[in-house]
Design a protein around this ligand. Structure first.
Ligand code: PMP
Length: 358
Protein backbone atom coordinates (compact mmCIF):
# COMPACT_ATOMS: atom_id res chain seq x y z
CA UNK A 1 0.00 0.00 0.00
CA UNK A 2 1.43 3.39 -0.96
CA UNK A 3 1.66 6.02 1.70
CA UNK A 4 1.69 9.78 1.05
CA UNK A 5 5.21 11.20 0.97
CA UNK A 6 4.12 14.43 2.67
CA UNK A 7 1.60 15.42 5.31
CA UNK A 8 -1.75 15.43 3.42
CA UNK A 9 -2.71 18.92 4.49
CA UNK A 10 -4.93 19.40 1.46
CA UNK A 11 -7.64 17.27 3.05
CA UNK A 12 -8.17 20.00 5.62
CA UNK A 13 -10.91 22.48 4.62
CA UNK A 14 -9.56 25.66 2.98
CA UNK A 15 -11.47 27.87 5.43
CA UNK A 16 -10.00 26.00 8.40
CA UNK A 17 -6.48 26.33 7.03
CA UNK A 18 -7.04 30.06 6.56
CA UNK A 19 -8.17 30.50 10.18
CA UNK A 20 -6.10 31.46 13.20
CA UNK A 21 -6.74 29.50 16.38
CA UNK A 22 -8.54 31.46 19.12
CA UNK A 23 -5.76 33.63 20.56
CA UNK A 24 -4.90 33.11 24.21
CA UNK A 25 -1.81 35.26 24.88
CA UNK A 26 0.88 34.16 27.32
CA UNK A 27 0.33 35.94 30.61
CA UNK A 28 2.86 34.52 33.10
CA UNK A 29 4.08 37.24 35.45
CA UNK A 30 1.69 39.86 34.06
CA UNK A 31 -1.26 41.62 35.64
CA UNK A 32 -3.87 39.74 33.65
CA UNK A 33 -6.75 42.00 32.65
CA UNK A 34 -7.43 40.69 29.16
CA UNK A 35 -10.05 37.93 29.34
CA UNK A 36 -12.83 39.06 31.68
CA UNK A 37 -11.86 36.59 34.32
CA UNK A 38 -12.95 37.18 37.87
CA UNK A 39 -9.80 38.13 39.83
CA UNK A 40 -10.80 36.30 43.00
CA UNK A 41 -10.11 32.68 43.80
CA UNK A 42 -11.88 30.69 46.51
CA UNK A 43 -11.02 31.33 50.16
CA UNK A 44 -8.35 28.85 51.32
CA UNK A 45 -10.59 26.79 53.60
CA UNK A 46 -13.34 26.47 51.01
CA UNK A 47 -10.75 25.48 48.39
CA UNK A 48 -9.38 22.82 50.75
CA UNK A 49 -12.84 21.41 51.43
CA UNK A 50 -13.58 21.41 47.73
CA UNK A 51 -10.35 19.53 47.09
CA UNK A 52 -11.31 16.94 49.65
CA UNK A 53 -14.73 16.57 48.06
CA UNK A 54 -13.22 16.16 44.60
CA UNK A 55 -11.00 13.42 46.02
CA UNK A 56 -14.13 11.29 46.45
CA UNK A 57 -15.19 11.50 42.80
CA UNK A 58 -14.98 8.29 40.78
CA UNK A 59 -12.65 9.25 37.94
CA UNK A 60 -12.88 5.80 36.39
CA UNK A 61 -16.54 6.39 35.49
CA UNK A 62 -18.00 8.45 32.68
CA UNK A 63 -20.22 11.36 33.72
CA UNK A 64 -23.91 10.48 34.25
CA UNK A 65 -26.20 10.55 31.22
CA UNK A 66 -28.60 12.93 32.91
CA UNK A 67 -27.33 14.66 36.08
CA UNK A 68 -30.92 15.27 37.22
CA UNK A 69 -30.33 16.29 40.83
CA UNK A 70 -27.42 18.56 39.85
CA UNK A 71 -29.56 20.27 37.24
CA UNK A 72 -32.42 20.66 39.71
CA UNK A 73 -30.07 22.48 42.09
CA UNK A 74 -28.56 24.67 39.37
CA UNK A 75 -32.02 25.51 38.03
CA UNK A 76 -33.27 26.51 41.46
CA UNK A 77 -30.27 28.76 41.96
CA UNK A 78 -30.65 30.29 38.47
CA UNK A 79 -34.41 30.91 38.49
CA UNK A 80 -35.11 28.73 35.46
CA UNK A 81 -38.90 28.62 34.98
CA UNK A 82 -40.52 25.20 35.58
CA UNK A 83 -41.80 25.04 32.02
CA UNK A 84 -38.25 25.26 30.59
CA UNK A 85 -35.51 22.73 30.04
CA UNK A 86 -31.78 23.18 30.57
CA UNK A 87 -28.78 21.89 28.63
CA UNK A 88 -25.28 21.85 30.11
CA UNK A 89 -22.23 22.72 28.04
CA UNK A 90 -18.47 22.69 28.31
CA UNK A 91 -18.57 26.44 28.73
CA UNK A 92 -21.15 28.55 26.94
CA UNK A 93 -18.80 28.50 23.94
CA UNK A 94 -19.80 24.90 23.35
CA UNK A 95 -23.50 25.71 23.62
CA UNK A 96 -23.16 28.49 21.03
CA UNK A 97 -21.64 25.91 18.72
CA UNK A 98 -24.33 23.29 19.45
CA UNK A 99 -27.21 25.70 18.78
CA UNK A 100 -25.66 26.68 15.46
CA UNK A 101 -24.79 23.10 14.55
CA UNK A 102 -28.37 21.97 15.09
CA UNK A 103 -29.62 24.78 12.80
CA UNK A 104 -26.87 24.52 10.16
CA UNK A 105 -28.93 23.71 7.11
CA UNK A 106 -27.11 24.64 3.88
CA UNK A 107 -27.35 28.41 3.51
CA UNK A 108 -28.58 29.01 7.08
CA UNK A 109 -27.82 32.48 8.44
CA UNK A 110 -26.62 33.37 11.91
CA UNK A 111 -27.09 37.05 12.73
CA UNK A 112 -25.88 39.34 15.49
CA UNK A 113 -25.40 43.04 16.10
CA UNK A 114 -21.74 43.74 15.42
CA UNK A 115 -19.15 44.07 16.85
CA UNK A 116 -20.03 41.43 19.41
CA UNK A 117 -18.65 38.18 20.81
CA UNK A 118 -16.23 36.67 18.27
CA UNK A 119 -17.47 33.10 18.78
CA UNK A 120 -20.87 33.81 17.20
CA UNK A 121 -19.16 34.45 13.89
CA UNK A 122 -16.45 31.84 14.30
CA UNK A 123 -18.90 29.04 15.20
CA UNK A 124 -21.25 30.06 12.38
CA UNK A 125 -18.44 29.87 9.84
CA UNK A 126 -17.03 26.60 11.17
CA UNK A 127 -20.48 25.02 11.18
CA UNK A 128 -21.06 25.97 7.54
CA UNK A 129 -23.48 28.84 8.10
CA UNK A 130 -23.38 32.36 6.76
CA UNK A 131 -22.78 35.03 9.38
CA UNK A 132 -24.42 38.44 9.11
CA UNK A 133 -23.22 41.16 11.49
CA UNK A 134 -25.45 44.23 11.73
CA UNK A 135 -23.33 47.24 12.59
CA UNK A 136 -24.16 48.92 15.88
CA UNK A 137 -24.63 52.67 16.12
CA UNK A 138 -21.53 54.66 16.99
CA UNK A 139 -22.62 54.74 20.67
CA UNK A 140 -22.95 50.92 20.47
CA UNK A 141 -26.74 50.86 20.70
CA UNK A 142 -28.57 48.51 18.33
CA UNK A 143 -29.54 50.11 15.04
CA UNK A 144 -33.07 48.75 15.16
CA UNK A 145 -34.21 49.68 11.61
CA UNK A 146 -31.02 48.07 10.23
CA UNK A 147 -31.51 45.03 12.43
CA UNK A 148 -35.15 44.56 11.40
CA UNK A 149 -34.23 45.04 7.74
CA UNK A 150 -31.47 42.43 8.03
CA UNK A 151 -33.83 39.99 9.75
CA UNK A 152 -36.34 40.54 6.95
CA UNK A 153 -33.69 40.11 4.24
CA UNK A 154 -31.78 37.11 5.62
CA UNK A 155 -34.39 35.21 7.70
CA UNK A 156 -31.74 34.15 10.21
CA UNK A 157 -32.03 30.73 11.81
CA UNK A 158 -30.49 32.21 14.96
CA UNK A 159 -29.98 35.76 16.27
CA UNK A 160 -27.39 36.12 19.04
CA UNK A 161 -27.64 39.04 21.45
CA UNK A 162 -24.87 39.45 23.99
CA UNK A 163 -26.55 41.07 27.02
CA UNK A 164 -24.46 43.04 27.99
CA UNK A 165 -22.47 43.14 24.79
CA UNK A 166 -18.86 42.01 24.58
CA UNK A 167 -16.68 43.97 23.80
CA UNK A 168 -18.65 47.20 24.20
CA UNK A 169 -20.05 46.53 27.69
CA UNK A 170 -23.48 48.12 27.20
CA UNK A 171 -26.88 46.53 27.75
CA UNK A 172 -29.03 46.69 24.65
CA UNK A 173 -32.42 48.36 25.03
CA UNK A 174 -35.16 46.02 26.25
CA UNK A 175 -37.83 47.36 23.91
CA UNK A 176 -35.47 46.90 20.94
CA UNK A 177 -34.82 43.31 21.95
CA UNK A 178 -38.56 42.74 22.24
CA UNK A 179 -38.96 44.04 18.68
CA UNK A 180 -36.24 41.63 17.54
CA UNK A 181 -37.93 38.74 19.34
CA UNK A 182 -41.18 39.62 17.55
CA UNK A 183 -39.55 39.95 14.14
CA UNK A 184 -37.15 36.99 14.19
CA UNK A 185 -38.44 34.02 12.21
CA UNK A 186 -36.07 31.66 14.05
CA UNK A 187 -34.35 31.48 17.40
CA UNK A 188 -33.05 34.37 19.50
CA UNK A 189 -30.29 33.50 21.97
CA UNK A 190 -29.77 36.07 24.71
CA UNK A 191 -26.28 35.49 26.04
CA UNK A 192 -26.15 36.51 29.70
CA UNK A 193 -22.47 35.70 30.28
CA UNK A 194 -22.05 38.93 32.27
CA UNK A 195 -25.19 38.52 34.39
CA UNK A 196 -23.31 38.75 37.73
CA UNK A 197 -22.34 42.32 36.84
CA UNK A 198 -25.42 43.44 34.91
CA UNK A 199 -28.11 41.81 37.04
CA UNK A 200 -30.61 42.05 34.20
CA UNK A 201 -32.09 38.86 32.82
CA UNK A 202 -34.56 37.51 30.28
CA UNK A 203 -35.02 34.24 32.16
CA UNK A 204 -38.57 35.07 33.35
CA UNK A 205 -39.58 35.91 29.78
CA UNK A 206 -38.87 32.37 28.55
CA UNK A 207 -42.34 30.85 29.13
CA UNK A 208 -44.08 33.44 26.94
CA UNK A 209 -41.37 33.68 24.26
CA UNK A 210 -41.22 30.37 22.36
CA UNK A 211 -38.30 31.48 20.16
CA UNK A 212 -36.15 32.72 23.07
CA UNK A 213 -33.19 30.86 24.54
CA UNK A 214 -31.22 32.16 27.52
CA UNK A 215 -27.53 31.30 27.67
CA UNK A 216 -25.47 31.57 30.86
CA UNK A 217 -22.06 30.61 32.13
CA UNK A 218 -20.35 30.27 35.50
CA UNK A 219 -17.12 31.59 33.99
CA UNK A 220 -17.47 35.23 34.99
CA UNK A 221 -18.63 34.32 38.48
CA UNK A 222 -15.13 33.08 39.21
CA UNK A 223 -15.27 29.55 37.78
CA UNK A 224 -13.89 30.05 34.26
CA UNK A 225 -11.51 27.11 34.61
CA UNK A 226 -14.33 24.68 35.30
CA UNK A 227 -16.01 25.33 31.96
CA UNK A 228 -19.72 25.15 32.70
CA UNK A 229 -22.37 26.90 30.66
CA UNK A 230 -26.11 26.29 30.48
CA UNK A 231 -28.80 26.97 27.95
CA UNK A 232 -32.46 27.34 28.91
CA UNK A 233 -35.57 27.28 26.78
CA UNK A 234 -38.54 25.31 25.53
CA UNK A 235 -38.08 21.57 26.18
CA UNK A 236 -38.78 20.68 22.52
CA UNK A 237 -35.90 22.92 21.43
CA UNK A 238 -33.45 21.89 24.15
CA UNK A 239 -34.14 18.27 23.20
CA UNK A 240 -32.85 18.96 19.67
CA UNK A 241 -29.61 20.59 20.85
CA UNK A 242 -29.08 17.67 23.20
CA UNK A 243 -28.88 15.39 20.16
CA UNK A 244 -25.83 17.20 18.75
CA UNK A 245 -24.08 17.41 22.14
CA UNK A 246 -21.05 15.15 22.43
CA UNK A 247 -21.85 12.57 25.10
CA UNK A 248 -20.09 13.30 28.42
CA UNK A 249 -19.29 16.90 27.40
CA UNK A 250 -19.24 18.07 31.03
CA UNK A 251 -16.70 16.14 33.07
CA UNK A 252 -17.21 14.63 36.51
CA UNK A 253 -14.87 17.05 38.28
CA UNK A 254 -16.77 20.05 36.94
CA UNK A 255 -20.11 18.55 37.96
CA UNK A 256 -18.82 17.69 41.42
CA UNK A 257 -17.12 21.05 41.94
CA UNK A 258 -20.16 23.10 40.93
CA UNK A 259 -22.46 20.83 42.94
CA UNK A 260 -20.29 21.46 46.00
CA UNK A 261 -20.02 25.19 45.34
CA UNK A 262 -23.76 25.65 44.85
CA UNK A 263 -23.93 25.70 48.65
CA UNK A 264 -21.36 28.49 48.74
CA UNK A 265 -22.48 30.80 45.96
CA UNK A 266 -22.77 33.61 48.51
CA UNK A 267 -18.94 33.76 48.37
CA UNK A 268 -18.97 34.10 44.57
CA UNK A 269 -21.81 36.64 44.69
CA UNK A 270 -19.79 38.74 47.15
CA UNK A 271 -16.82 38.69 44.76
CA UNK A 272 -19.09 39.86 41.94
CA UNK A 273 -20.39 42.69 44.12
CA UNK A 274 -16.81 43.80 44.78
CA UNK A 275 -16.08 43.73 41.04
CA UNK A 276 -19.18 45.85 40.36
CA UNK A 277 -18.14 48.44 42.94
CA UNK A 278 -14.57 48.46 41.61
CA UNK A 279 -15.85 48.89 38.06
CA UNK A 280 -17.58 52.10 39.11
CA UNK A 281 -14.48 53.29 40.95
CA UNK A 282 -12.22 52.58 37.97
CA UNK A 283 -14.66 54.19 35.52
CA UNK A 284 -14.78 57.36 37.65
CA UNK A 285 -10.99 57.48 37.78
CA UNK A 286 -10.64 56.99 34.04
CA UNK A 287 -13.34 59.60 33.34
CA UNK A 288 -11.10 62.11 35.06
CA UNK A 289 -8.32 61.49 32.53
CA UNK A 290 -8.82 63.93 29.69
CA UNK A 291 -7.09 61.84 27.03
CA UNK A 292 -9.43 58.88 27.53
CA UNK A 293 -13.01 58.21 26.55
CA UNK A 294 -14.68 55.63 28.80
CA UNK A 295 -17.88 53.88 27.77
CA UNK A 296 -20.57 52.86 30.29
CA UNK A 297 -20.37 49.18 31.13
CA UNK A 298 -22.73 46.71 32.78
CA UNK A 299 -20.09 43.97 32.54
CA UNK A 300 -16.82 43.22 34.35
CA UNK A 301 -14.76 45.18 31.86
CA UNK A 302 -14.50 48.71 30.51
CA UNK A 303 -14.04 49.79 26.94
CA UNK A 304 -11.80 52.84 26.51
CA UNK A 305 -10.84 54.96 23.56
CA UNK A 306 -7.38 56.52 23.48
CA UNK A 307 -5.45 58.43 20.82
CA UNK A 308 -3.21 55.53 19.86
CA UNK A 309 -4.50 52.15 21.06
CA UNK A 310 -1.65 50.02 19.71
CA UNK A 311 0.95 52.31 21.31
CA UNK A 312 -0.83 52.40 24.69
CA UNK A 313 -1.32 48.63 24.64
CA UNK A 314 2.40 48.08 23.98
CA UNK A 315 3.46 50.52 26.70
CA UNK A 316 1.15 48.86 29.22
CA UNK A 317 2.61 45.48 28.32
CA UNK A 318 6.13 46.81 28.87
CA UNK A 319 4.97 47.73 32.37
CA UNK A 320 3.60 44.23 32.99
CA UNK A 321 -0.10 44.93 32.33
CA UNK A 322 -1.96 42.74 29.85
CA UNK A 323 -5.27 44.10 28.51
CA UNK A 324 -6.97 43.55 25.14
CA UNK A 325 -6.40 45.70 22.10
CA UNK A 326 -9.70 45.54 20.21
CA UNK A 327 -8.89 48.50 17.96
CA UNK A 328 -8.58 46.45 14.78
CA UNK A 329 -11.59 44.23 15.40
CA UNK A 330 -14.10 46.61 13.80
CA UNK A 331 -14.06 50.20 12.50
CA UNK A 332 -16.44 51.23 15.32
CA UNK A 333 -13.76 50.19 17.81
CA UNK A 334 -11.05 52.35 16.35
CA UNK A 335 -8.43 53.10 19.03
CA UNK A 336 -10.37 51.13 21.62
CA UNK A 337 -8.91 48.99 24.39
CA UNK A 338 -10.80 46.62 26.68
CA UNK A 339 -9.72 46.20 30.27
CA UNK A 340 -11.11 43.61 32.67
CA UNK A 341 -11.88 44.75 36.22
CA UNK A 342 -9.26 43.19 38.48
CA UNK A 343 -8.64 43.45 42.21
CA UNK A 344 -8.40 46.99 43.62
CA UNK A 345 -4.63 46.57 43.61
CA UNK A 346 -4.52 45.41 39.98
CA UNK A 347 -6.80 48.26 38.92
CA UNK A 348 -4.51 50.76 40.67
CA UNK A 349 -1.49 49.30 38.88
CA UNK A 350 -3.36 49.58 35.59
CA UNK A 351 -4.27 53.24 36.19
CA UNK A 352 -0.70 54.04 37.21
CA UNK A 353 0.72 52.37 34.09
CA UNK A 354 -1.94 53.97 31.89
CA UNK A 355 -1.06 57.46 33.12
CA UNK A 356 2.51 56.75 32.01
CA UNK A 357 1.33 55.45 28.62
CA UNK A 358 -0.95 58.14 27.17
N1 PMP B 1 -20.52 34.81 25.76
C1 PMP B 1 -19.88 35.97 25.86
C2 PMP B 1 -20.60 37.23 25.51
C3 PMP B 1 -18.54 36.01 26.26
O1 PMP B 1 -17.90 37.18 26.32
C4 PMP B 1 -17.88 34.81 26.59
C5 PMP B 1 -16.44 34.72 27.04
N2 PMP B 1 -15.68 35.80 26.99
C6 PMP B 1 -18.59 33.62 26.46
C7 PMP B 1 -19.91 33.65 26.06
C8 PMP B 1 -17.94 32.28 26.68
O2 PMP B 1 -17.89 31.95 28.00
P1 PMP B 1 -17.54 30.47 28.49
O3 PMP B 1 -17.29 29.61 27.30
O4 PMP B 1 -16.36 30.63 29.36
O5 PMP B 1 -18.76 30.03 29.23
Amino acid sequence: MSRPAAVPLSVIRDDVRALHAYPVPASAGLVKLDMMENPYSLPAELARNLGEHLGTVALNRYPPGEPGEFKRRLRARSGVPDACAMLLGNGSDELIHLVILACARPGAVILSPWPSFAMYRMSACLDGCRFVGVTLQSDFRIDLPAMLAAIDEHSPAVVFLSYPNNPTGNLFDRAQIEAILEAAPGLVVIDEAYLPFARRTWMEDLPRRPNLLVLRTLSKLGLAGLRLGYLCGAPVLIEQFDKVRPPFNVNVLTLAAVDFLLDHFDVLDAHAATVRADRERLATELHSMAAIQVFDSAANFLLLRVANAAGVFAKLLQQGILIKDVSTVHPLLQNCLRVTIGTAEENAKFVHALRASI
